[in-house]
Design a protein around this ligand. Structure first.
Ligand code: SAM
Length: 695
């Protein structure tokens, strides 16, 4: 079985209707008392309400081993709602929950288990509405405007070592659940305690229902001061602990450390309703899907943002096509790349659904069918199936392809049942509109960034020019007024143009020109029910036309429409699907844009690295003990999110969470390995690690 498969829990229900895990022969909670026990052991013994009031940050992070029925997490969220009602001005404004689960309950079992707690029914419904498919890795859920949950599916023994802790830990409170140590000895190990200590901030607390001596000793050794208060109900004792302030181990891969954002030195112009502490003022450059996702992720956290865009409106670059296929880029090894695309895709589906309804974004989750159109692609698609269950991808015979797609392709293939198409322009605009609702976003169109200078106080000064709105041009004459903006942090979401700036011109981003045809529908084409992918793609009709795409020309940036590309797109379509009876050209109907790509097909997300200085810092990388190497030199407060290729709609929402987590020093929804594979410095440093020369 693939190491990526997640096995769901097998439950028995005892005579009192309490769920019992068959594999562990242990209950998830005691009959009728689960909620009271959860409140006593975890919420009260960690003194949460008092700590929320006095916390030193607007965000409070609770982490747990063993999500089970989610009862502890729901009880904590419930207590947080009550605290917010009682203390709207209390220091903690947002709650972030993290829970790790090796054997998730099925949706049905979860619903059954939670139905015992009518007091929590509204919260249970919200959890159930977003409960993820059983895929390993982190699933970020927004349970409420100010409550998020990272549900990590996998074994804590693998998940925790790969969770990023920054330099000082990120967790404020731990709940150690996960069945009794006697029933689940594999989980309660010294490695677990050490990892918990690594992830925990100094002075943070933990609690657990067990009072086992080896747990107490192990936690003490890992760095906690331990107490033994009275346990719940008939239990004599339980354990609580406080993280000692003691020196931490050096950062294990210092060159991939992620520098947090800069806190404002000047008062922000907009005040934040969410944030109780100093806010950062951030300028985002570029109003495509990347910039819009960043604006949304930042403003929902109470940060004030200015979004500048050289064009007249959002999505005038690579995010400007009429329809985009949205599906994950998977492979048979389900390697880091495949994991990032799948987790991003699933996050986008969860996060965007309510937004797309509220802002009326044209889309259809009609599924995407990838055809086996020649021998090579047949092997490729067959292999993709290996690590996934049919919630993610399933095989189709040629008859099934014909039935699912509604056209006679007469080719076998695979289907991504959760996938479909979205109108990128409408989605980009919807994200910006939603960010506007916070009152914290200011947009400046017709505004082009020319250069960046960091001042002595570390703030960034942006030199921009404004074009006249009427001319709707993006080129600027020197006669146009030059202005400057100030920011603590600057996020460059400018696609391939990220290389236009002095600080970022050495980034490993290249340009790929893409041209898509807008093909008027025909009676046969109109029957298409899903997106079809081959060595091109075809979308179902929307407003009377289809997208047929797309060309892929490396290192080309010309925006003129080319009839040769138009013909190429049609040739590929007609070759793969001859039963469509020669789709004819519709001259000039289509669109050209330039995508930014990196040669390993992964985006660049993180601090803008100082390439020359980093190459010097790490020149003796392979020889030296890695933990003795310094943290990387980058441009403080300058960040990039680029190289999203043609898959920005799939990845941008989660990547924005990653970059914003870095900026605000919050927990990440990706593993350390996944974060490393997005780091803008990775290509040079991997060469350095292997002792190879870097240009
Ligand atoms: N906190 C849960 C709640 O509120 O419903 C109850 C947790 S239940 C007692 C223990 C959970 O730990 C089970 O769901 C079990 O599958 C999970 N678990 C056990 N061993 C694990 C491991 N090694 N890694 C991750 N989860 C594990």
């Amino acid at each position: 079985m693939s190491p990526h498969f997640i096995t769901t829990a097998r439950l028995d229900w005892n005579s009192q209707g309490t769920p019992v895990a068959a594999a562990f022969d242990d209950v998830y909670f005691y009959s009728g008392q689960g909620l009271a026990e959860s409140r006593y052991v975890f919420i009260e013994q960690n003194n949460l309400v008092h700590r929320w009031l006095q916390h030193d940050s607007p965000l409070f992070v609770v982490a747990e081993t063993g999500f089970g029925t989610g009862l502890n997490m729901l009880a904590t969220w419930h207590a947080f709602i009550h605290y917010r009602q009682q203390h709207p001005k209390g220091n903690t404004q947002r709650l972030h929950l993290i829970s790790v689960e090796k054997f998730p309950l099925t949706h049905y079992d979860l619903q059954q288990a939670l139905s015992q707690w009518p007091e929590l029914s509204t919260l249970s419904e919200r959890l159930l509405a977003q409960y993820p498919v059983a895929v390993n890795g982190c699933h970020r859920l927004w349970l409420d405007d100010n409550v998020s949950l990272d549900l990590w599916l996998g074994d804590v023994a693998q998940v925790l070592p790969n969770m990023e802790a920054g330099l000082a830990g990120k967790v404020d409170t731990w709940y150690l659940d996960g069945f009794a140590p006697s029933k689940n000895p594999e989980m309660w190990t010294q490695d677990l305690f050490e990892n918990i200590a690594r992830l925990t901030r100094n002075g943070a607390t933990l609690s657990t229902f067990t009072a086992a001596g080896f747990v107490r000793r192990g936690l003490t050794e890992a760095g906690f001061d331990i107490q033994r208060p009275t346990g719940f109900g008939r239990k004599r004792n339980m354990i609580t602990g406080t993280r000692r302030s003691q020196p931490r181990k050096p950062y294990s891969e210092p060159w991939f450390w992620r520098r947090p954002g800069q806190i404002s030195t000047a008062a922000p112009e907009n005040t934040s309703p969410l944030s109780g502490s100093p806010t950062q003022h951030t300028v985002i450059v570029g109003a495509g899907i990347a910039g819009a996702s960043l604006a949304y992720a930042l403003t929902r956290r109470g940060q004030s943002v200015t979004l500048i865009e050289q064009g007249a409106e959002p999505a005038m670059g690579a995010s400007g096509n009429r329809q985009a296929a949205v599906y994950p880029l998977l492979n048979s090894e389900h390697d880091t790349l495949s994991q990032i695309y799948l987790q991003s895709f699933l996050y986008g589906r969860r996060m965007l659904s309510p937004l797309m309804k509220e802002h009326q974004v044209a889309h259809d989750w009609c599924s995407v069918v990838q055809l086996a159109f020649n021998e090579k692609s047949a092997i490729k698609v067959a292999n993709i199936l290996t690590p996934f269950n049919c919630d993610i991808v399933l095989p189709l015979t040629s008859d099934q392809v014909n039935q699912r797609t509604g056209i006679n392709a007469n080719l076998a293939g695979i289907e991504y049942p959760l996938a479909g198409w979205v109108c990128p322009v409408e989605l980009t605009k919807a994200l910006i509109a939603a960010a506007h609702q916070s009152g914290l976003l200011r947009c400046q169109y017709h505004t082009k960034l020319h250069s960046l200078h960091q001042q002595e106080n570390q703030q960034w000064q942006l030199q921009v020019t404004h074009s006249t709105p009427a001319s709707n041009k993006v080129e600027h004459s020197s006669a146009e007024p030059v202005n400057s903006l100030l920011a603590d942090n600057v996020l460059l979401a400018t696609g391939h143009q990220v290389r236009d700036l002095l600080q970022t011109h050495k980034l490993t981003v290249s340009s790929v020109r893409g041209q898509v045809n807008y093909q008027p529908s025909t009676p046969t084409l109109a029957g298409l029910k899903t997106v079809i992918c081959y060595d091109g793609y075809l979308t179902p009709q929307w407003q009377g036309s289809h997208c047929v795409g797309a060309s892929y020309a490396h290192d080309q940036e010309a925006l003129e429409y080319q009839t040769s590309d138009e013909q190429d797109n049609l040739d590929k379509l007609n070759r793969t699907l001859p039963t469509l009876h020669d789709v004819k050209p519709s001259p000039g109907a289509g669109r050209v844009s330039v995508r930014a790509v990196c040669r390993d097909h992964l985006p660049l997300v993180g601090a803008a690295p100082h390439k020359c200085q980093q190459l010097q810092q790490y020149q003796d990388m392979p020889q030296r003990h890695k933990e003795s190497l310094p943290l990387p030199v980058d441009y403080p407060g300058l960040y990039v999110m680029s190289a999203l290729g043609s898959r920005g709609l799939c990845t941008a929402p989660l990547l924005a969470e990653v970059l914003v987590a870095q900026l605000l020093d919050e927990p990440y929804p990706l593993t350390r390995e996944q974060l490393a594979s997005l780091n803008p410095n990775r290509l040079w440093l991997r060469k350095r690690l292997k002792g190879k020369p870097v240009r």
